[in-house]
Design a protein around this ligand. Structure first.
Ligand code: ADP
Length: 250
């Protein structure tokens, strides 16, 4: 692991039945880095993201967060290690995944209070600060169904931030939104990137990836086909598969 890496992934493999979805993925994420995972549908991007957060258990490979133990998949991973891994990152989901029966504020403090056992008053204070930052302070007592998709996703982002993770994971955060609501969510993500948050982002928004990513990883068929700075991978790719994909979308 280089001294600036927050996360290192080595040899990640995952099959669902006969379907080999990840065929040895290597990845590293530098502190303050924004890694955009791009590639055709079904190439394994979401499975990589979910594996980093322990939502998916890979068949083999190793995930190391800076300052934490290396988690070796393939053998039986001790529950304690899995919990430690989950603690390091927080996920923003494509479909927001807010709890429908809880208010905005309750959604945001649920993880900090119930999982991290932080004092409720402190969690509420932090949640209110974060909601203010994304322009949703006055929505804190409303329920998810009373908000627009863009507002719900901003709550999804606040809920991830409230966990104070080392790494933010975004799984196609704007692909469920009406086009006119995409911008408000992308601008929050851009602000977080500018503030120095470390993140991995699965996205089809290549123009956005070009703007915010420090590194673009192009995946196809469960392998990393090529990776590098956005101006290289998205403007002047080395591989034919990348070129075809990029030309279709940019
Ligand atoms: P991407 O994010 O690039 O679209 P995914 O990681 O979502 O790709 O999916 C990769 C492949 O794994 C797809 O063929 C998908 O159908 C399959 N897959 C993903 N999750 C599951 C699951 N829980 N059970 C079975 N197959 C899955």
């Amino acid at each position: 692991m280089s001294p600036t890496d927050v996360l290192k992934v080595e040899g990640l493999r995952k099959s669902f039945g006969d379907n080999e979805v990840l065929r040895s993925i290597d990845l590293s994420v530098a502190s303050g880095g924004v890694v955009a995972l791009v590639g055709p549908s079904g190439s394994g991007k979401t499975t990589v993201l979910r594996s980093l957060n322990g939502l998916e258990i890979p068949d083999a490979g190793r995930v190391t967060f800076e300052g934490g133990p290396a988690v070796d998949f393939g053998s039986n991973v001790p529950k304690r290690q899995l919990m430690a891994l989950r603690d390091r990152s927080a996920m923003v989901f494509q479909h927001y995944n807010l709890f429908p029966h809880m208010t905005v504020l309750e959604n945001v403090i649920e993880g900090p209070v119930q999982v991290q056992r932080r004092p409720r008053a402190e969690a509420v204070r932090d949640a209110e600060d974060l909601l203010r930052r994304v322009g949703l302070a006055e929505k804190k007592d409303q329920y998810p169904h009373e908000l627009s998709g863009g507002q719900q996703q901003r709550v999804g982002i606040v809920r991830a931030l409230a966990l104070k993770p080392t790494l933010l994971l975004f799984d196609e955060p704007t692909s469920a939104l009406d086009p006119e609501l995409v911008g408000e969510v992308l601008s929050v993500i851009k602000e977080l990137a500018d503030e120095g948050w470390t993140m991995v982002l699965v996205t089809h928004e290549l123009a956005f990836a070009r703007e915010v990513a420090t590194e673009v990883v192009f995946m196809d068929g469960g392998v990393v086909v090529e990776h590098g700075p956005p101006e290289k991978v998205l403007r002047n790719p080395s591989e034919e598969r990348t070129r075809r994909f990029v030309h279709r979308l940019l």
